[in-house]
Design a protein. Sequence first.
Lengths: 361, 361
Amino acid sequence: MKQIYFTVGPSELYPKFRIFLDAAIDNKIVSISHRGQQFAELHKDLGVHLKQLIGIPEEYSVFYSGSATEWMERIIQNCSEVHTLHFTGGAFSKRFYETANALGRHAVSVNSRTDQSFCIEDIPSGLTPELICLTHNETSNGTMIQESFIKNVRDKFPKAIIALDVVSSAPTCSLDFPLVDCVFFSVQKGFGMPAGLSVLFVSPRAIEISLILEKERSIYTGSYHSFASLLEYEKKNQTPETPNVFGMYLLNEIVKDMLVTGKEAMCREILLKAKLLYDAVSNSPLVIPCVENIAVRSQTVIVANVKTGSKEIIQACKAHGFIIASGYGSHKEDQIRIGNFPSHMRADAAELASLIQGGIF
Amino acid sequence: MKQIYFTVGPSELYPKFRIFLDAAIDNKIVSISHRGQQFAELHKDLGVHLKQLIGIPEEYSVFYSGSATEWMERIIQNCSEVHTLHFTGGAFSKRFYETANALGRHAVSVNSRTDQSFCIEDIPSGLTPELICLTHNETSNGTMIQESFIKNVRDKFPKAIIALDVVSSAPTCSLDFPLVDCVFFSVQKGFGMPAGLSVLFVSPRAIEISLILEKERSIYTGSYHSFASLLEYEKKNQTPETPNVFGMYLLNEIVKDMLVTGKEAMCREILLKAKLLYDAVSNSPLVIPCVENIAVRSQTVIVANVKTGSKEIIQACKAHGFIIASGYGSHKEDQIRIGNFPSHMRADAAELASLIQGGIF
């Protein structure tokens, strides 16, 4: 029976995933040493390809870990001594804020407005944050920060380090990345891979600040995963610990394949499928879009409020071969979430959209 | 051409790995939600099976992360406020010690003697360590701590938390695990899996101490990977972050298969192959065993000093279909290392042993 995961991550695998996987096993790439030449070449290639696909400046460092959650901790440890500023509109931006609090930082949080947008005027006056944390795409509630807002934040705080969580919008987020210093994502969403690998890009300026914090201010920056340690190994095309080599190989294959398709074509396809899905939830007898303000609607995570209960809709979709997600946290029962990633075929999205629009049963 | 990885991790894959991998992809286990019932069942099963195989008390918690290196940091953060004690005989025990220093602990290190053993009399008098860190099997130099020494440490410090790194000796290490509080390993060695997943067992006493440090002493214990946070999710059969679900599924399948073979049979096989390999390096014209003291020789990581250069021996083995490792760090050129894990077949070990004993070429 057909079973297509339109969940928000982990989600459907990249269409050619099985081919890349088989090659990895046949070539015994999973047994190679992470201190050898073959790994160093993979490490180098992957960094180049990722920057090229996403649009990250060449001079940024590329670091790897097991999860994006770790990057929240490491960014705060490496880029701030006292003051952080957060724009919180959902569970993941709140997690970033709470991590800063747990680390003893003086963290200030600006909430989204009733229309779910952020406004530069809402920032309390007199702040001089060392680090500003932004969640580009909120997997929990389907909102997305506008690029113009990121530009406004940069203009207001030209000297601050800006960290941008693109966990569920990469690689189909077209942003002015040189504006920000730290950018991170996980592979189980837009890259159509199993979970267990996460990537962080870091600007030379953020590296410089982390070195000052560690060497001159004696701040704890994360031992083996301090930027200094990560950088030391990156220079050798290695990682401090034995990394997820399997995942890195698969990611490199997928990114190379995406480069052939081209990011522009991928983004067009995402927008097209997002329109199909938003039209469906707007015209369905079962649901309405959760995010009313079109300007801040996510293109990759479509969230809808259900009129009855989410369970029935999820079950009905499943019976038709589509796995969709429930709402996040307290919205488990009254919302559904649909992932829209490059791995989702347009024909499948159209079929799912038509089911939802038609009332499914 | 045959290519068998007798490296020390990443190493050869578990013989049935491909079967389990194919099933994982066919069942779409990699796409399931880490907040759903199917994952909770996997999480529960894996914990039960791991404890059963390794011999960990039922009441210990089981936590997951991307690498064993992270556990060094988290153990120190969660089990000590000031005083740690380390027994350093190689690169990995030193890393544990250096992590404690980086975290600002007052870390005391006791070095191994010239015969590479540790002695309880070498511990400076007057110490009251909160946490004692032991590396059971040193992947860097092929030494192994004797179980009697672990017992002596426990007798001398009945109240301390003892952490034991079994990264390259699990699951074929038969130790009195209730003596220790934290036990951790990675899957790319004895479990024959790709790297990117690590397991930590924690005693209720260590959990209790971590909660006191966090709640009463306001020590930073690691935000999402504090024992408190890990425990909160463990109770729901979940993990704080999206974990390496793929790896957890594969590990569960491998551990179930190992339980059928039985740990005793696996240990016997390891000892038998270790004897083959040690006999070979002892009688070879090319190498001599690095660890002279038989009592502290590792059974899973066989290290030999080379009489000429390691490169030629590694190349010659490769030409016969066997990949072995160079020495660690500064011993890259003058040592070789051979892994001896459950995934290595006896016939292959015998062939490799015979090659080395005969001078290879």
